[in-house]
Design a binder for this molecule. Sequence first.
Ligand SMILES: [Zn+2]
Length: 83
Amino acid sequence: MLPEKCSIRMNGKSCSFPPSSIVSILSESGEYMIGLVCNDHIMSMKTKTLSMQKSGKISKGKIKFQRLKPVMTDCVLNLKDID
Ligand SMILES: [Zn+2]
């Protein structure tokens, strides 16, 4: 089940932007999703994930950001994916 909002909380308030990327951890036992994040919070998510890995709350491994496919395509220019 995917939440429909960015997983980042700032000052106790959850972000209400639509997520743009799936955040997952590539650990030795496999890849698993830890949340979704909007464009503005990719760096915050990276920092948060690293500190959670440091404190042992989540598995160590590479943090992966995978872009979500846009839901609305009507007005999107056909730009090449940066990934
Ligand atoms: Zn956000």
